[in-house]
Each structure stands twice: as C-alpha cells, then as structure tokens.
Design a protein around this ligand. Structure first.
Ligand SMILES: [Zn+2]
Ligand SMILES: [Zn+2]
Ligand SMILES: [Zn+2]
Ligand SMILES: [Zn+2]
Length: 260
C-alpha cells in the first residue's frame, strides 16, 4: 500500500526543546500562511511579525522577502489569504508581489528585488526574471555606455527637479532618481505610467521604467541623449495616488471598526 504523504506543515514549523515525543512542540513561525480553504474558518493571516518569541522584534524586509521566496519555491500555486486588515483577497503565493503592487502599494518594494545596476529600476520577485533581464538589457553595449566618459544616457538635464517632491529637489542623474524613488516615493514606484521621455529630438518614445528606455536605446542608436520627465503625467499619478491612499486608509478604518 502506498501511503499518501501527510499534509506536512511546510517550513513554518520548528521543533523546540528536546526531541522526545512528549516535549516535542511545534510553533508557528512567521514563514508560511496556513491553508484557509475550510468553510467557516476565518482565514489565518499570512506571515507577519508575530507575538511569540521576541514580541518587539519585527522581521526585516529582507527576511520577509526570503520567507516569501521560500514559500513560492515550495508551493507556488498554493492559495493564501492576504494579511492586510482591509483586504479579503486570496491569491497564489506566486502572485503575492502582483497583489501588493496593485492593492498595497506602500509595501510592494518589500516583495520585489531590484536589478543591481544603479541606473536601473527593473524589479521582480523571481530571480530568473532578473537574470534574464540582466542578460538582455545590461549587455556589452550597455556596459560600453557606462564606461564612456560624457555619455549622456544616464544624465539628466541640468537642474532637473524630482517630478514628485513638493519641495524642489534637484536630481543629479539617473541613479540619483532611482535611489531617490526607492527612498522617498515607495508607493509611486508601484505605478506603471509613462513618466519617462526619451530626450532625443523627434523621438516620441515614453516609458514607465528606466530599463524600458535602455531597451529602446539599444534598438535606436540615434537616441543617445538621455531622458526627461513628463511632469504632467507625474502630477496626475501623484494626485491619483493621494486619492487611492485616502481610500485605503478609510477601508482600513472600517475594517478595524467592524472587528471590535
Ligand atoms: Zn491584500
Ligand atoms: Zn537592470
Ligand atoms: Zn522626490
Ligand atoms: Zn528615442
């Protein structure tokens, strides 16, 4: 008789104490969510900083991402409930970052890794995607641009202002823009709006991400003078996001009220 393997609790259970059967305890460690498909049972939360062990210690974003990665590798199609207080969605573990990009924008960056190139804003939760991207975009031609003194592709026009800051913040170059977005405009990183314009004369190419411009430049040798921002689009997305943020906060309030 072939035994069906037992529904193992995945890597989220850890044995504590001695290994004798009586004292063997498992604790739920914030790695994986429990299955919540059973009817009538409220969905258990996804991994979050939890109460036991060291209560005051929150897991870092890096730890969080590693946990999600592990979960995705082990059970990519497992349905998990969203842990956010204002959200009842369920999704496959492989789609966690997509869900956060769309519905919990302020946390999206936690779930994705950025391409290591300092001028680049390609992000994914899949290591293979980043590898493929590296090969395609940061090829020998790209490296050559980087090594060329006076290459304009990674520069910004003099006194270029951040398209999102209320105060006047001058961005020095593309890598400054990328790191500035990461640090100060996390939510806005989640939007994909054609904010970036190829600065070449007569070129109408616009893109949401720097890496899309790199691809465009690799294909269009005439475009070699960098990019500029579309401030009108920036203004629109910023306003739209303020509204979205207000709605999220409102829903969160309603959710927390209905709990009590
Ligand atoms: Zn959610
Ligand atoms: Zn890149
Ligand atoms: Zn800014
Ligand atoms: Zn162009």
């Amino acid at each position: 008789i072939k035994e069906e393997p037992m529904e193992q609790p995945i890597a989220d259970t850890v044995s504590f104490g001695s290994s004798s059967a009586s004292s063997k305890r498992t604790l739920f460690v914030p790695i994986a969510p429990m299955l919540s498909r059973g009817r009538g049972r409220p969905p258990l939360p996804l991994p979050l900083p939890q109460r036991h062990t060291k209560p005051a210690t929150q897991i870092t974003n890096l730890q969080r991402r590693q946990q999600v990665k592990l979960l995705q590798e082990q059970e990519p199609f497992r349905m998990v409930p969203c842990q956010q207080p204002n959200c009842r969605a369920e999704f496959q573990t492989i789609k966690i970052s997509q869900h956060f990009q769309q519905y919990h924008k302020d946390q999206w960056l936690t779930y994705v890794k950025k391409c290591e190139d300092n001028n680049c804003d390609f992000r994914s939760d899949q290591a293979q995607d980043i590898q493929r991207h590296m090969l395609m975009v940061h090829n020998s031609k790209y490296v050559q641009w980087k090594e060329t003194f006076g290459c304009l592709r990674f520069k910004l026009p003099k006194d270029t202002k951040c398209p999102f800051c209320d105060k006047e913040v001058i961005l020095m170059n593309l890598s400054h823009f990328v790191s500035h977005m990461d640090a100060y405009h996390k939510r806005l990183c989640a939007y994909e709006v054609p904010l970036l314009k190829c600065a070449a004369h007569n070129c109408t190419f616009q893109a949401a991400r720097c890496f899309e411009l790199f691809t465009h430049w690799l294909e269009s040798s005439g475009c070699s003078v960098g990019l500029k921002f579309d401030y009108e689009i920036a203004r629109k997305v910023k306003n739209a996001d303020l509204t979205a943020q207000k709605n999220e906060m409102l829903q969160q309030k309603i959710a927390s009220k209905s709990k009590t």
